[in-house]
Design a protein around this ligand. Structure first.
Ligand SMILES: Cc1cc2nc3c(=O)[nH]c(=O)nc-3n(C[C@H](O)[C@H](O)[C@H](O)COP(=O)(O)O)c2cc1C
Length: 332
């Protein structure tokens, strides 16, 4: 299959990706209305997911492509990361890819048009798929004020979100991952949950956390009333043949193992509370077989980012057709 976006530099492909997504959606048949769009449907918290494969945080940062993603067959969409004030990307190179290893590298650091802009975009979009809104603090905000920003964003975006996702796991904002420490986390989550009212709040994990860190965070978050978890964000780990700089985060195929491990540990640490939680697996899901594997391991929902870069937006339809081919539908 011809994939022209892979012939041009990653930074240029990234810059024109919105146009690519919109054009693909325009050219797509009315896929969302076809029976293929509905495979292994799911209901959660009163929301109907036509299928369990969704778009990970970071692909539609400012909620500008909601209709395109739903036409392309996404079961759900996570927009953001959205910050309080508008801010630009980190300086210098912010994205690279390695075709051989099917890996992406990024150092974006929450470029965002800010929550007011995003809130208007969501309000005026006609949508028929569940929408998660991923939120993050501004780069300059110190950690002791960070959860005030998460609480403010929660209060202002909860009415437009089917769930909010707290992103404290990006490696591209200095010190952000320290917010997982108990000294910040417990009081911080309580602040956020006080403002969320009926909107569920999910926490997105880093794949670089130890088992002990994961256990502590899972127990703390369940203790204060979190609704679920997303495993995982990008990794700071570099394999022996990684072509990427040491700063920034890696996603795609090299993340597969760490993401599965993190998912399984979180599921284990949730214990008897697992069934009251939404567990989403993301990271290194590159093929249809990966999607089905994550579902088999117990994920309620699966998300992709890198697979869409390497395979194109037609990946969503490919997975649905593959599901039908394998005749899983009979067992729904
Ligand atoms: C270029 C790029 C930008 C990203 N931006 C965000 C973001 O703004 N918020 C977030 O929570 N995750 C972000 N992510 C992480 C993805 O949501 C996802 O967790 C990660 O890429 C692993 O999934 P994958 O292997 O399918 O790519 C970004 C990833 C990439 C590659």
């Amino acid at each position: 299959m011809i994939k022209p976006w892979l012939w041009i530099p990653a930074s240029l492909a990234h810059a024109v990706s919105d146009i690519g997504v919109q054009a693909s959606a325009f050219l797509a048949d009315d896929w969302q209305d076809q029976p293929e769009c509905k495979w292994k449907p799911f209901r959660w918290n009163g929301f109907e997911f036509k299928n369990r494969l969704g778009i990970a945080g970071g692909l539609d940062k400012n909620a500008e492509n909601i209709q395109a993603w739903q036409k392309l067959g996404a079961g759900f969409l996570e927009i953001g990361t959205v910050t309080p004030l508008p801010q630009k990307s980190n300086p210098g190179q912010i994205i690279a890819r390695d075709l051989e290893q099917m890996a992406l590298w990024n150092k974006m650091g929450f470029p965002s048009k800010g929550y007011r802009y995003v809130s208007d975009e969501i309000r005026f979009a006609e949508r028929n798929i569940p929408l998660f809104v991923n939120i993050g603090k501004n780069r300059q905000t110190p950690n002791d004020k960070a959860f005030d920003e998460y609480a403010m964003l929660t209060e202002n975006l909860r009415a437009q979100a089917d769930a909010l996702v707290l992103n404290i796991s990006s490696p591209n904002t200095a010190g952000l991952r320290d917010l997982f420490k108990k000294e910040y986390l417990e009081a911080g989550l309580k602040k956020v949950l006080k403002k969320s009212i009926y909107t569920p709040v999910l926490l997105k994990f880093s794949p670089d956390m130890t088992d002990q860190e994961l256990q502590e965070v899972v127990r703390t978050a369940i203790g204060v009333g979190i609704s679920g978890f997303i495993m995982t964000n990008t990794t700071t780990y570099r394999g022996p043949h990684s072509p990427f700089p040491t700063e920034g985060g890696v996603s795609g195929a090299p993340l597969r193992e760490a993401s599965v491990r993190c998912f399984e540990k979180v599921q284990e640490f949730a214990g008897s509370e697992r069934n009251s939680l939404l567990l989403v697996n993301c990271g290194g899901v590159m093929t249809s077989a990966d999607v089905f594997d994550r579902l088999k391991r117990g994920a309620d929902l699966v998300q992709v980012y890198s697979a869409l870069v390497f395979n194109g937006p037609g990946f969503l339809k490919e997975v649905a057709l593959e599901w039908k081919k394998l005749n899983h539908v009979a067992r729904d």
